[in-house]
Design a binder for this molecule. Sequence first.
Ligand code: NAD
Length: 481
Amino acid sequence: MQTKLFIGGEFVDAVGGETLPILNPHDGSELAQIALAGRADVESAVGAATAASEGWATTSAAERGRYLGKLADAIEAAADELARLESTDTGHPLRDSDTLDVPRTAATFRYFAGMADKVEGSVIPVEPGFLNYLMRAPLGVVGQIVPWNFPLMFCGWKLGPALAAGNTVVMKPSELTPLSSLRLAELVRDVGIPSGVVNIVPGLGETAGAAIAEHPGIAKVSFTGSTATGRKVVEASAGNLKRLQLELGGKGANIVFDDADLTAAVNGSAFAIFHNQGQACIAGSRLFLHEQIAAEFTQRFVALAESIRVGNPLDPDTEMGPLTSALHRDRVLAYVKVALDDGAEILTGGGPPQGRPDLELGYYVAPTVVLADPASRVCQEEVFGPFVTISTFREEDEVVAMANGTDYGLGGGLWTRDLSRAHRMARRIRTGMVWINSYKRVSPASPFGGVGRSGYGREMGFEVMHEYTEAKSVWVNVEAD
Ligand code: NAD
């Protein structure tokens, strides 16, 4: 297991020699002591990325694409090992790491491998005598700050486009879940990506993260995490007016109309909230049910929630694992009290899984379903756990107001057989992404991101190439001697 910082193509200890224990969320045991990056290590990573910058930017785009393709191959070759590492470190059920996280990471690198030589400019019709063309130039050194909920997949989302565009990278994984990104660093080295192009420095947010956000040698920061931390990154970035891309929190509305296919809606809504223990920014954490189907839907949904197999993430039968840290488990459980204080009714869950002594040492929370007022705190604040609120509605306008009645605007979904209503609602819901008769679909080809307090900028698709390049206008006097 790799535990050192990856700087300038080498695995090194932290300058100050600090280390941090990484815990297994299934039982709290220590998995590893990792080198903990501080400000001096970020400095050295920025130095390595700066030294590599010109060489990488002038490597042909096709060649950069070839490196990314090789990285996708290497991820596939190490898939079993990566899936187990991700599940052990984060608590994701192995069946998800195996079939979603790892293949999606490889697919993302492969998509951006193909993108590298398709980032074209344009010729602009200006006055006669001049040729004006627009090229898309890389930014230089970019900083990338990643949370703990999908550590490996987010490496793909962030490294893929940044490298395809010709930037070099200093990436800080979350201090809670750095193991898969350090294994990825070994693959980066093994496929021959030149030293310094990718640097991976796990460290604490307030030291290593803040150092990246402030650093004058970093041109842009791509940040994924909470809205509160996003705000700090904005403030810290002001010194050199860094470009920012902020993927922040969410409070996804998931709306079920009375004409929906109820079986599909119940199953899809359970996936929307309970996949990855609800630790997903796009989780469908607010269910809005039309009053005609509310009773039947709720009864079937609660029964499904109670049937979810919670357990050791490495057990192939497990459908829901532990939350990623003890602190986060406590945060989620604190919302049960908030809900009760606000007059909500807990329909199921609300604590650790009952009658499971085998899970007592881990950070487990049973799937929790709560009947709540849409204006109450649990319907307004991001809980980020297996915790879903249910509220009912009668009219379309009413549910639009409820869905849009938060400061977040990341993802949202609706279930209906009425085609006109589906498209009308997609327009009216104020989010960056809408799913119709499905929820939580993502693809490297489709832009991902939010509005309002969910942040700005987009990951993935061609859209993200604009985030990692600068439009550069070149004027040529074609009549000059
Ligand atoms: P967090 O904001 O606590 O931490 C995210 C990252 O920021 C970590 O690497 C952390 O070390 C770092 N950090 C902390 N303080 C910092 C500072 N002062 N300066 C710079 N970096 C700092 O978030 P988290 O608890 O790790 O992740 C959960 C949050 O992430 C949730 O709010 C979730 O919605 C959000 N999220 C958003 C998306 C999205 O695409 N919109 C995706 C996943 C998660």
